[in-house]
Design a protein around this ligand. Structure first.
Ligand SMILES: NC(=O)c1ccc[n+]([C@@H]2O[C@H](COP(=O)([O-])OP(=O)(O)OC[C@H]3O[C@@H](n4cnc5c(N)ncnc54)[C@H](O)[C@@H]3O)[C@@H](O)[C@H]2O)c1
Length: 443
């Protein structure tokens, strides 16, 4: 089967590469000439573990190609996936559908034969019907079906998530489209991965409901963490004790500096907006959005406390700025709130991140970039662990403390403990959701 993939970002490129690995012929198309040039040269424009190798294998096998030319991609394709961005629209929190609708128009103007137009982008309920209207308006002759196929992959583990998904969700209106989608996902179906086939609206809603639920879970434990600090409990122990309950589960129950990334912030805002528009307010989601902002602000105050009430004149080393480890994605990362607060408060900020510099340089003005944690912490007054990259989990803390002007640590990912930090020579240590006594006990 031939598939066209429109958009070669984090979702489109991973999906295109994985579909070609299923054995399909995939043509990936993007508007960005720089990306297509890199991809044609065998280079991956984003950082996603394992993607370069899988891409090379499928290019070599002749199943995967890249082009700027939509007509070339659509020629003979039975399905075209729309995997373009749906960022937050300025001003009202709604998902911006400009790119999706433009893609639909371009497909309608270019396609010649029956095709299933599959929206993989995360879109508000009702969008697939609008896509169908757009297609019909732009090319009344075109025979087509639309399908909703929201994507659930996580950056940093995207290939595994795509190849071994918890489920695939497919929303369709016709048997013909259902058959094309079943054929595309046959390799997963044969291996007993659940495929939920449903209507368009339910498929669209599943994606927003799932993301809002996960954001709620993170925010819930962040709120519990704040209370733990007041009452002397240890949120790590609380998470463990809660997560062992099969009804709750241990995932997304780690307290931290607030959720960020390319999905949760914009998808929670979009869901809240959809609720308002339909007079069915999403009150839990609205609270989550607000609390998450407060969590980030609370982090800034935590750091200020550690700096004796003022950042002015202090040197602060920040370890990790991407929104999570194993990605170079900086979209809505907590660092974008926390680092500017440090810089704005008069601190000299030294940053290190294994993959974040490429994106981060433009987004974090006024900081110095360092090669590693040791260089960043040298003569600093405070070291902040902001993203839990593996290489920050086993630091030589003695070496770091020994090189600092005043050895203080804010461990915003609860990687270490008060006992370990003080054993290494840190005079002050703070983490998330651990009352002083509790963190000393945790060892
Ligand atoms: N990033 C994730 O982890 C993730 C996970 C699940 C779902 N999603 C959803 O998937 C969608 C895409 O997200 P992303 O992170 O891959 O975005 P992205 O910004 O990384 O990539 C979008 C790509 O689409 C291209 N593009 C835009 N308009 C185009 C057009 N008309 N023709 C060809 N190419 C075009 C852009 O040049 C860009 O390369 C969003 O709706 C997002 O919410 C993202």
């Amino acid at each position: 089967m031939k598939i066209a993939m429109l958009g070669t970002g984090y979702v489109g490129l991973v999906s295109g590469v994985c579909f070609s690995d299923f054995g399909h012929e995939v043509v990936c198309v993007d508007k960005d000439p720089r990306k297509i040039e890199m991809l044609k040269a065998g280079k991956v424009p984003i950082f996603e573990p394992g993607l370069d190798r899988l891409m090379a294998t499928n290019v070599d096998a002749g199943r995967l190609t890249f082009t700027l030319d939509l007509a070339e991609a659509l020629d003979g394709a039975e399905a075209v996936f729309i995997a373009v961005g749906t960022p937050t629209r300025r001003g009202d929190g709604h998902a911006d559908l400009t790119y999706v609708m433009a893609a639909a128009r371009e497909i309608a103007e270019t396609a010649k034969d029956y095709i299933v137009v599959v929206t993989k982008s995360t879109v508000p309920v009702g969008t697939n019907r609008k896509v169908a209207q757009e297609l019909a308006a732009a090319n009344p002759e075109l025979e087509f079906d639309v399908a909703s196929n929201p994507e659930f992959l996580r950056e940093g583990a995207a290939i595994d998530d795509f190849m071994k998904p918890d489920r695939v969700v497919v929303g369709v209106q016709t048997d013909r489209a259902a058959q094309v989608m079943a054929e595309i996902y046959r390799p997963l179906f044969l291996r007993d991965f659940p495929i939920v086939t449903t209507d368009l609206e339910s498929a669209e809603m599943i994606k927003y409901a799932a993301n809002a639920f996960l954001a709620t879970k993170i925010t819930f434990i962040n709120e519990i963490a704040a209370l733990c600090e007041k009452v002397g409990a240890d949120v790590k122990q609380v998470s463990k004790g809660m997560g062992l309950d099969g009804r709750i589960g241990n995932k997304f129950l780690h307290a931290g500096p607030g959720y960020g990334g390319s999905c949760f912030p914009k998808d929670t805002k979009a869901l809240a907006r959809i609720g308002q528009e339909h007079a069915a307010p999403m009150q839990i989601t609205e609270a989550v959005i607000q609390i998450n902002e407060e969590v980030k602000r609370r982090m800034v105050e935590k750091l200020r406390d550690l700096c004796d009430g003022s950042f002015n004149g202090k040197t602060v080393a920040v370890l990790g700025v991407t929104f999570k480890p194993n990605t170079d994605d900086m979209r809505d990362a907590p660092s974008l709130t926390i680092v500017p607060a440090l810089v704005g408060g008069g601190a000299k900020v030294r940053v290190t991140d294994p993959q974040g510099r490429h994106e981060g340089e433009a987004l974090l003005p006024g900081v110095d970039w360092c090669a590693d944690a040791y260089e960043a912490a040298d003569k600093a007054d405070l070291v902040v662990i902001l993203t839990e990259w593996n290489e920050f989990r086993a630091l030589d803390l003695g070496r770091i403390a020994g090189s600092m002007a005043s050895p203080r640590m804010a461990d915003l990912r609860n990687i270490y403990s008060e006992e370990v930090a003080s054993g290494a020579g840190f005079t002050e240590y703070t983490s998330i959701g651990r009352g002083r006594e509790a963190s000393a006990r945790a060892g």
